[in-house]
Write a protein that binds this ligand. Sequence first.
Ligand SMILES: NC(=O)c1ccc[n+]([C@@H]2O[C@H](COP(=O)([O-])OP(=O)(O)OC[C@H]3O[C@@H](n4cnc5c(N)ncnc54)[C@H](O)[C@@H]3O)[C@@H](O)[C@H]2O)c1
Ligand SMILES: [Zn+2]
Length: 287
Amino acid sequence: MEKEIANAAALLQQADGLVIAAGAGMGVDSGLPDFRGDQGFWQAYPPLAKAGIRFIEIANPAAFEDDPRLAWGFYGHRLALYRATVPHAGFDLLRQMAARMAHGGFVFTSNVDGQFQKAGFADEQVAECHGSIHFLQCSQPCTDAIWPADSFSPQVDMAQCRLLSDLPRCPHCGEVARPNILMFNDGAWLEQRSELQLDRLARWLQLARRPVVIELGAGVDVPSVRRQAERLGAPLVRINPRAPQGADVGLAMGALPGLRLIEEAWRQGLGMSASVKVQRVPDRRKT
Ligand SMILES: NC(=O)c1ccc[n+]([C@@H]2O[C@H](COP(=O)([O-])OP(=O)(O)OC[C@H]3O[C@@H](n4cnc5c(N)ncnc54)[C@H](O)[C@@H]3O)[C@@H](O)[C@H]2O)c1
Ligand SMILES: [Zn+2]
């Protein structure tokens, strides 16, 4: 493992820009649940387990039509949870690593939890490919409007997974508002906010000549983050306790301990003496 850590530090040290690709596992060391299949999801939401409701059935625009208080019971709880969560120290380590590179860093994440911004990353440095729970849109949708969820403070009965407070409403037509998140079977998600972020990422990638990707907590079931991390054609460090395979350097550990070890190796100059053979040929035209 020491060799892998030194190799990871070596890849980071030679880079001029840090792409941070993060899935739900990135939040686990802050105490957040990931959703590994229905079992993981049901452990986090026992009332939905009792009712036999699967993730795919609640993370669905139809749920906002059929039973908006149940749908908002689930999403309202998550909104409050993400607002209350303190991002773990690994987020700061990533900011420090990026700050040492000529072009800084950029985040690509399928997480909707806003934890990178909460940890001090600028909005302009983050691309949220599945949207953000901190923004709302009309459930119909009647317009293209996307607005911050700041004034919505959901009160949720967790035993029943139901929203107790008023449902958020679209200010334009009065219909129920929903999170601006890509759900399953979702033809109504408004993607303009995410598209703008992805355009910014593409522009940033034109600047960095020697980018490196550090991927953290990205699962294999909905592999959007893993695929994007691989597609960039840059050296890839993958941190994942269960699925670290397929990268130039794979660390089978949690995000926080992995980042601490890489940071330490970097500080001690261990990366300088390591020689890691990179499998990927950088070809940023693929993005
Ligand atoms: N926090 C969030 O915003 C959140 C949470 C759950 C799901 N989602 C959504 O659901 C989908 C889930 O896909 P996913 O791949 O992100 O999540 P996933 O739950 O499918 O996979 C999580 C991955 O994290 C790894 N992991 C577990 N503990 C870890 C740790 N301590 N450090 C690092 N990695 C760890 C697991 O091995 C797994 O591979 C996405 O589309 C996402 O939008 C978002
Ligand atoms: Zn509307």
